[in-house]
Design a protein around this ligand. Sequence first.
Ligand code: FUL
Length: 478
Amino acid sequence: MRKVLFFLMWVPMALFAKVNPPAAFGPVPTARQLQWHDTEFYAFIHFTTNTFNDLEWGYGDADPNIFNPTEFDAEQWVKAMKAAGMKGVVLTAKHHDGFCLWPSALTDYSVKNSKWMDGKGDIVGAVQRAAKKYGLKFGVYLSPWDRHDLRYGSHEYVEYYRGQLRELLTQYGTMFEVWEDGANGGDGYYGGLCEERRIHGDYYEWGTTNMVIRELQPNACVFGGDVRWCGNESGYIDEPWWCAQPNMDLSKCKYYECKETDKEVWIPAEVDVSIRPGWFFHESENDKVRSVDNLLGIYYSSIGRGANLILNIPPNKKGLFNEEDVRSLEGLGKALKEEFGNCLNKQIAKAEASNTRGEDKAYGPLKATDGKKDTYWATDDGVNKATVTYTFKKCTTVNRAMIQEYIPLGQRVSSFQIEAQDNHGHWRQVATGTTIGHKKLVRFPDFEAYGMRVTIEAKACPVISNISFFQSTYKGQQ
Ligand code: FUL
């Protein structure tokens, strides 16, 4: 068996490369994190009794009958997400108010006791089915803080929370992400006692609780475990940004793929931001929906800096996305097509690199422009600074660039510079930056270029899976 495995590994290597690929540098993503990185852009949906009470944090005392989205249409949501270019959706199955959007068998505080569809409806099921129909991945947000439940603060509540995870993770197909919010403890209804409850330390016993997720949905990334919060709700991550993080949180080691001896683990950033000022729908914010330009800026400062973007769109009281929100989503999708629809890599006539691993074409500069995600340009071990030069067939207008590291072998790049060659043969700097990771997107003014040059400096030999140049026709919102 071992021999067969060795042979299977050896054959492709022997066919395509004469020298060994670079060894991994630092921590590397798990398989589930790699899938998550590829998902890049998805929707967040905040919907509960708050939508009908004009609240952000429901106290937990709302009458379930208030939840009655008379024109609820999950497909309308999903079509708008698709139009924006999103690849998934995460729904608040339960927010802090404790109201469940699915008919949980573990509480009465859910859609089954609402007016909506005479208590026979299931928002989680409807959104999951619509997502599946339109090819979007699905995930849920299950708030650990529950301002409705009497048991909150006791161990019994933690068992209840685990039971709810079990319901959600067994009844609604494959999930790509589970969101466990960080907001916790405080005043609430708590079964009518209306008091203040504080929780301490590792109340939720995350190491054990999240094993439920690992067991039932091994491909789902856990927000706050596999993935970390970017630190703000404004739509950006700082630069430089490294996915390698000190492995401090040993309580999570049980479910997280780390050993207690690991100094660092791979934990990428997720940028959560709302299309409106609030997370929930408020009529008064209809004129404050983010513009296409604003959303595009967020796209660049999140996905374009190696993070994932989870953009919240709150449905209105009818259970629909409001028209302003749909307009911005459709506009964003169109803008993204104009930004990245015209890749100039097909114009490349010649590629050179200051160093190519083992002088082997299998690691040559054209491997970064071939559109394949598993091939890369790499240098020899010890060569941590290198330049690739691409010459176009003819002078071409360039104004956007994308660079991606081959992250299955870790994150390495600490700085880069992009230059363009003018008609006198002079090289002009058009962009510089620090870290790259999964993806770096840059925009610069139109440049009539004969060629493009990218210089990379890294902590170990650079391994670059994608370098693309674009001619964007997006002129900003008219
Ligand atoms: C926060 C929550 O308190 C907000 O209501 C919202 O759900 C946001 C995404 O996370 O911590």
